[in-house]
Write a protein that binds this ligand. Sequence first.
Ligand SMILES: Nc1ncnc2c1ncn2[C@@H]1O[C@H](COP(=O)(O)OP(=O)(O)OP(=O)(O)O)[C@@H](O)[C@H]1O
Ligand SMILES: CC(=O)C(=O)O
Length: 451
Amino acid sequence: MSQSLNFSISSSRSPNSIITSQSHSKPYVSTFNFRFPAKLLRKSISASCSGPDSSSSSPVLVSDNGGAAAVASEYNWSSSIEVDAVTEAELKENGFRSTRRTKLICTIGPATCGFEQLEALAVGGMNVARINMCHGTRDWHRMVIERVRRLNEEKGYAVAVMMDTEGSEIHMGDLGGAPSAKAEDGEIWTFSVRALDSPRPERTINVNYDGFAEDVKVGDELLVDGGMVRFEVIEKIGPDVKCQCTDPGLLLPRANLTFWRDGSLVRERNAMLPTISSKDWLDIDFGITENVDFIAISFVKSAEVINHLKSYIKARSRDGDVAVIAKIESIDSLTNLEEIIQASDGVMVARSDLGAQIPLEQVPSAQQRIVQLCRELNKPVIVASQLLESMVEYPTPTRAEVADVSEAVRQRADALMLSSESAMGQFPEKALTVLRSVSLRIERWWREEKL
Ligand SMILES: Nc1ncnc2c1ncn2[C@@H]1O[C@H](COP(=O)(O)OP(=O)(O)OP(=O)(O)O)[C@@H](O)[C@H]1O
Ligand SMILES: CC(=O)C(=O)O
């Protein structure tokens, strides 16, 4: 197999990173590449080694298709490459053979938004900081973006920023400032579309979708976060829907809601909501103004919306280089998968919401199919959600979680993403260390096995 070290070959453009798709002749070697701005590339390292299983002794800088040589020659970098601080450390430690191919994305939240916390993640190998517009204010997100940029400028990192849109999913409101609420078996909770007084009445949850009370029927099953907590609808009173908890669990702010009738997901008016809501458009304008590197679009249904967004960005962004990531998390996105991947700059296997729309046992095969298709179409793919969920509370992952991370790397996912683990978990740095060490181990295994 050919070399797949994903070094970042700089263009002079700023801000700091974009996806570059590469035309590979073989499947399984597509990359999630970042171009770092020249100002971030402080270190120059001699590139006098060859790929791990290449018989050639000539330098192999970046890709598998010879594109790197062309880039290197364009920039007159035939014998050296420049890398950011973390890559330099990896090179010094392990040499070219162990430089990590799998990129790591961390969702930034209350647990990680401080400058020192962001720096700790950068040191730990974070390649992309993700901000989710579902949560927090634009001022909060701007502050995070500014800190990431400052980190890059002052400390020599090359962390990109990904902005994730809220999308038109049905979700709960926040919990009046509480980080979570416990729903116990048999309890009656009210899900309401009316504006709630403050303080929020006990066991009452706001729902963002105006048609909710009309669309649900008594007897429907209401799933929070794809089944982490379950309720049965027992009564409708105007805008209020009374539900009895049948599977207890923890309710998190703005958790996804789906409702099921006779064992099938209800997809009526709620399925007609636009992919990009009016709030999303304002967030997209914000992302363009802030010059984020990636915009991830939630609940994509078809290629059309991606094409439209790309034209919109091109017309508005300074250098038209905000990459668009399509999140695959709905039945519609699976139906139109190939056209969506073709239209996008990359995709995300958003397993959390996907698992709320298809039976859980189908999520692994859906992931395999999406990753494989991305490999064949040379598009970067991110595997996201619950990779190390237990590390929200505990410092050590379960064996099953390590196996899940390993499988995503083995499938040749280009990037892995932390969600709650880094946004609100107690051990964000440890979770990142696990992703990094497992990625490196599996990558080494490929080379040794020559897969
Ligand atoms: N900016 C933020 N402010 C406060 N809490 C946040 C923020 N970002 C994330 N969180 C917390 O971390 C959790 C995980 O965040 P994340 O954005 O990955 O997942 P999510 O809310 O399920 O949305 P999505 O389905 O789009 O991934 C959230 O449920 C929320 O509790
Ligand atoms: C990441 C995300 O949005 C999901 O898994 O649903």
